[in-house]
Design a protein around this ligand. Structure first.
Ligand code: SAH
Length: 338
């Protein structure tokens, strides 16, 4: 049985119409589910009892179950959810001044096996359905102080490889009768899954797109990211070009700096060229340690020199301070277990 939160408002309206209900019911149900965070059909107190029973007979409504929360010294929190079939996923809450950003998972495990990332370490388990993606936001919103200001789809999994569920989740989160989170406050990160980028381009959502680039040449990129053998840089960049030409917002290139692998000044030159060519913002992320991998992050001096070189070459770049390292909540450390 589908969870009722697997449906967009339009889909719910169609279902309700088939049940003989008037059109405005979908908005009412959405308000209960998302604006007010109802956790059971009994909570829908201004809806007729008969309708509540019908809904309960037709759909599930099962909030995600948090198995535990870890809190880092810097205030970052990691929530481990246990899915109904036993798999674990993680969500990270990142406070930064006035902002409170949520880093969401879209799959349990990951197929893409990037050499530096923990999420692919135990293989792929399954796609998350919309209620499991949206459920992460509902849970954190209900449990924490303050509003969530930004959503980043940068947790476990490859959002564009779970395209339909992921887009449905965005529509639900974005819906003005539900949570009303603006698309421009959402960022999608992709390892470079070209078919997904092309579909996203056609859709024209005003979300932010981040490309996990990590190398500006095919040799290094293919060694780090197996996906590059399927969709090499030329194809990836053509897809990015198309995305921008169809009205996509400015993009970001993410670049994990790994000592001795992609941190030479000549690497910075190649990256700066791409940054300029696509008017992209470059986000440098010093490698976060992952158990069992023997990569290292470059020294702070070398990192600064890399950043300076990008700036000298006219690229727009920032250094991301990865948070939550002491609870394994930093970029690339999510493995679905504590
Ligand atoms: N699959 C998507 C979404 C995950 S985003 C993607 O690849 O973009 C997670 C981000 O963290 C990506 O940019 C990823 O490359 C980066 N990352 C992975 N492992 C890391 C590590 N060990 N240190 C720092 N960043 C890492």
């Amino acid at each position: 049985m589908n969870d009722i939160r697997d449906l967009t408002r339009e889909e719910l309206a169609t279902e309700l119409a088939a049940m003989g209900e008037p059109a405005f019911r979908a908005g009412q149900v959405f308000a209960w589910l998302y604006a007010r965070g109802a956790r059971s059909f009994d909570d829908f107190t201004d809806l007729p009892k008969g309708l509540r029973l019908k809904l309960a007979g037709r759909f599930g409504l099962r909030p995600l179950e948090a198995e535990g929360v870890l809190r880092a010294r810097d205030g970052t929190e990691k929530v481990l959810f246990r899915l109904r079939d036993g798999w674990g996923i993680e969500t990270v809450v990142i406070p930064a001044g006035e902002r409170r950003t949520l880093c969401l998972s879209t799959q349990a495990g990951c197929k893409f096996a990037c050499a530096f990332c923990a999420s692919g370490g135990h293989g792929f388990k399954r796609d998350l359905v919309p209620s499991e993606i949206v459920g992460q936001v509902l849970h954190v919103r209900a449990s924490g102080p303050g509003d969530l200001t930004n959503l980043v789809f940068m947790g476990m999994g490859e959002p564009l490889d779970n395209y339909d569920n992921f887009v449905r989740a965005i529509r639900i989160l974005n819906d003005p009768e539900g949570m009303g989170i603006a698309a421009r406050r959402m960022t999608i990160s992709t390892s470079g899954f070209v078919p997904g980028i092309l579909r996203l381009a056609e859709l024209g959502l005003q979300v932010n797109l981040s490309i996990s680039l990590h190398a500006a040449d095919d040799g290094i990129r293919s060694r780090l990211m197996p996906i590059n053998r399927r969709y090499p840089l030329a194809e990836l960049l053509a897809a990015v070009r198309r995305y921008l030409s169809l009205g996509g917002r400015k993009i970001t290139f993410e670049y994990v700096l790994i000592a001795g692998v992609n941190d030479r000044l000549s690497d910075a030159d190649g990256l700066a060229r791409l940054g300029r060519r696509f008017r992209a913002k470059i986000n440098l992320i010093p490698y976060s340690p992952v158990e069992g991998f023997d990569f290292r992050r470059p020294s702070p001096e070398r990192t600064r020199a890399f950043l300076r070189r990008l700036e000298e070459k006219g690229a727009s770049a920032t250094l991301r301070r990865s948070k939550g390292g002491d609870i394994r909540a930093a970029c690339g450390q999510l493995a679905g277990r504590f």
